[in-house]
Design a binder for this molecule. Structure first.
Ligand SMILES: [Zn+2]
Ligand SMILES: [Zn+2]
Length: 431
């Protein structure tokens, strides 16, 4: 059994509203590590209790039922806790990091689904670097590959279904399950239909991903009935913006959408940033020649940008679709439309670095440097060297940094990470 380093943090002051945001953040993060360490300790007790079938003494059906009864935990969560607790006994490295508060329960739950003796060390490495969301996605991808090597594909095919039911309000409820390749086909069709669906919306109203998918589903149905292919491609929809050239270059003048409302100068700069969007530039009400001072990003450059950045580059963001190419130094102020002056951002983060008061620039060595409104740098990565091998667990302190992902903000190449795990799994035990 591992030795558990669990040092409770100093008792918090009773009133969180008296705290500064920095203090709140620090305490939330430190408490998260405390909770992780305590959860590990608790799960090891659960594992021992389960092993000795302590629950059976009470006549309950399982350890999960006992947890529900004595610890107020729902059955589904209880079963998951017991599964994780049992796996901790087989995975000493993950158990140690969990006990030190370095891995959250969420991460441990994910890696224990797929970890084996051959892959434990690699998975621990990935779990330490990835954000919680990245790790979930990575483990899903890896387990799909594992299933693909077994009879999993046939099972997935046999489990396919689509159920349609009319709700009381007249809407149709859809639920279903498709084998991998057909699922990918449906997803591709929905994605292809999405730009058309988005274009039909009022400007400024942002739909959730679920709403956009629902619209896309209707578009797919319409085009299937019309015998036509839904519109392909990820081109941004066309918006015509009228803006003074000096305003676009940083001035304070007016801008408005064609036949539409006035927009903030910074909004015009954002719309113009990924510049396929800018159509008409005027000076003193006189249009300059269309195309002058606009920057259309050539397809080859857009592809290079997509392959370099992979998704939104804002630290911790996981968006990989509907991305904008942001000019770090705006073209209207003389910035060039070149790879090193472009960074991929999702629409939310693109808005943040324009209207939202956040900023992105290049730091020493050309690395990206994001800053908050108050100028504080947002950590990207580079914490790895300082954190690897910090001595025995018992010497480590649990603090606000303990359970933070090591590489938050770095895009993760899921394909490469899964490949690496598969090669480790094939290579045999690491120790
Ligand atoms: Zn921009
Ligand atoms: Zn983003």
């Amino acid at each position: 059994m591992c030795s558990l380093a669990f040092s409770p943090s100093p008792s918090p002051s009773p009133d969180p509203s008296a705290r500064s945001l920095e203090e709140l953040e620090r305490e939330i993060c430190a408490a998260a590590a405390d909770i992780a360490a305590a959860t590990c300790r608790w799960l090891l007790l659960v594992a021992e209790f389960d092993e000795r079938r302590g629950w059976a003494e009470w006549g309950v059906r399982s350890c999960a039922h006992w947890l529900s009864w004595r610890c107020s935990i729902g059955l589904v969560a209880g079963r998951e806790h017991v599964r994780v607790a049992r796996r901790l006994g087989e995975l000493p490295l993950i158990r140690e990091a969990f006990g030190a508060g370095e891995l959250s329960y969420s991460k441990v739950r994910a890696v224990t689904r797929v970890a084996a003796a051959e892959t434990e060390e690699s998975l621990l490495e990935l779990a330490r670097h990835a954000t919680g969301a990245q790790l979930d996605k990575l483990v899903r991808g890896y387990s799909t590959c594992l299933a693909a090597t077994t009879a999993g594909a046939q099972v997935a095919y046999e489990r396919r279904y689509l159920s349609l039911s009319w709700e009381e309000d007249g809407s149709l409820r859809i639920a279903g399950r498709l084998p991998a390749e057909e699922g990918a086909l449906l997803q591709a069709a929905l994605e292809a239909a999405q730009p058309a669906a988005v274009a039909t919306q009022e400007p400024g109203l942002s739909a959730s991903i679920g709403e956009r998918r629902a619209d896309a589903m209707a578009t797919v149905a319409r085009s299937a009935l019309a015998g036509a292919q839904p519109r392909r491609g990820g081109d941004p929809c066309e918006i015509v913006v009228h803006v003074d050239a000096d305003t676009l270059a940083g001035g304070d003048g007016a801008a408005h959408l064609d036949d539409g409302p006035a927009i903030a100068p910074e909004t015009a700069r954002r719309l113009g940033c990924d510049a396929a969007l800018v159509r008409v530039i005027e000076r003193d009400g006189q249009p300059l020649s269309v195309g002058r001072r606009t920057r259309t990003i050539p397809p080859a450059l857009r592809r290079a940008l997509r392959s370099r950045d992979g998704g939104c580059r804002f630290p911790g963001c996981t968006h990989r679709r509907f991305l904008h190419a942001h000019h770090i130094h705006h073209w209207a102020r003389g910035g060039e439309t070149r790879l090193d002056n472009l960074v991929q951002l999702c629409s939310h983060h693109h808005r943040l670095v324009h209207e939202g008061g956040f900023s992105v620039g290049r730091g020493p060595g050309g690395s990206l440097a994001f800053r908050r409104r108050d100028g504080v740098a947002i950590p990207m990565a580079g914490r790895c060297e300082a954190r690897v091998r910090r001595g025995p667990v018992s010497d480590r302190r649990v603090d606000a940094e303990t359970c933070r992902p090591w590489s938050a903000g770095d895009p993760l190449d899921y394909g490469m990470a899964v490949e690496w795990l598969l090669s480790r799994a094939r290579a045999g035990p690491e120790r």
